[in-house]
Design a binder for this molecule. Structure first.
Ligand code: PMP
Length: 364
């Protein structure tokens, strides 16, 4: 049978990393800790309550959840100017990003990002028939903001996408640079949004501010977040963003009706109510991250500065061989980033001890 597949999708494989049952799963930047039992209990109780009304469609506008998310951002990032109508939520920040592309991208339109970066960005663009353009990051993975501003003026994108901390490098975007991107984007005649993807924001070092603090001065800024990492809720699928109410209105047009199930909304709200209980795990991961980076550097590896729950390290002449050697020892990491580099997600102290001993054996 001939399938009428879009020609540009022919021969492509679906995005995804291996899901293997090994001792240390350090390849997709998950939180290595299960949600604490107080959170599991709260979710279970809320979901049970929601089940009684599963014959009804969920709250289509997820107002309670969006209110809770705004309150969380007010506490976490001092963004006390946000209300429910500044917040949008969907099934993972992947879906939030897709909504942005559906509403603002499309044929004849361009998005600009900075490579190396999250490998789903070209896929959101491809799926919405938007052109994806990249500028290279500097050798230390920071942005050349002057070159970025010049490219924005020349290319006139509808959106500029910057992950901060960036995946796979861990690089945080300084506030002054985010502001410079917003100023350059504001000059694009047809309008241009700057989307700062803060999926890993909670892991940033103390004193590194969120781009959210720029929002009152920059109407064209969008900040995306997720509950997949800091909230230990990757399996719950809840991502969100903060923006002006006008941006949120545009996203409402392209979302499917009832896209967030009542189970998802109940789960996310229960986890949000316990964000302080989850903070201890985030603190442990940050400490383990700093220890891992220090250890790798002490062994003579180069490690990109990281504000995330992972580290990009190298260089390796044959990174595939190192990846396979680690896997043989029960440690699954990721072959990603520029040639010669590998990325390891930060696991528990025990998992990182296994990673360290396996790596020493592999490179011996
Ligand atoms: N943005 C970045 C930079 C990511 O690394 C990820 C997950 N790996 C996401 C967005 C998507 O996460 P989720 O859909 O689970 O919220």
């Amino acid at each position: 049978m001939t399938l009428p597949l879009r020609p540009d999708l022919a021969g492509l494989t679906p995005y995804g990393a291996p899901q293997l049952s090994v001792k240390a799963r350090l390849n997709v930047n998950e939180n290595p800790y299960a949600p604490p039992s107080v959170v599991v209990d709260a979710i279970t109780t809320a979901v049970r309550k929601a089940c009684v009304e599963l014959n009804r469609y969920p709250d289509r506008d997820a107002v309670g959840l969006r209110t809770d998310l705004a309150r969380y951002l007010a506490v976490e990032s001092h963004a006390d100017f946000l209300r429910a109508d500044n917040v949008w939520a969907a099934n993972g920040s992947n879906e939030v990003m897709l909504h942005l592309h559906q509403a603002f991208g499309g044929p004849g339109r361009k998005v600009l990002s900075f490579a190396p970066t999250y490998s789903m960005y070209p896929e959101y663009a491809r799926d919405t028939l938007t052109e994806y353009v990249t500028l290279p990051r500097r050798d230390d993975f920071t942005l050349d903001v002057d070159a970025a501003a010049a490219a924005i003026a020349e290319i006139q994108p509808v959106m500029v996408l910057v992950a901060s901390p960036n995946n796979p490098t861990g690089t945080a975007l300084p506030l002054s640079e985010a502001a410079a991107l917003c100023r350059a984007a504001a000059e694009v005649p047809g309008g241009c949004l700057v989307v700062v993807d803060e999926a890993y924001a909670e892991f940033r070092h103390r004193g590194v501010p969120s781009a959210l603090s720029l929002m009152p001065e920059h109407w064209n800024l969008v900040v995306s977040r997720t509950m997949s990492k800091a909230f230990a809720l990757a399996g719950g699928r809840l991502g969100y963003l903060a923006a002006t109410p006008e941006v949120i209105d545009a996203l409402q047009i392209v979302r499917l009706p009832y896209h967030l199930s009542e189970i998802t909304q109940a789960t996310a709200r229960s986890a949000l109510a316990h964000h302080r209980d989850l903070q201890a795990q985030v603190d442990e991961i940050r400490a383990e991250r700093d220890d891992t980076v220090a250890w790798l550097r002490a062994q003579g590896f180069t490690v990109a500065d990281t504000d995330a729950n992972f580290a990009l390290f190298g260089p390796f002449e044959d990174r595939k061989k190192v990846f396979e050697g680690l896997l043989e020892r029960g440690v699954l990491i990721r072959v990603t980033g520029p040639e010669g580099w590998l990325r390891v997600s930060i696991g528990t102290a025990q998992e990182m001890a296994l990673f360290r001993s396996a790596l020493l054996e592999v490179v011996a």
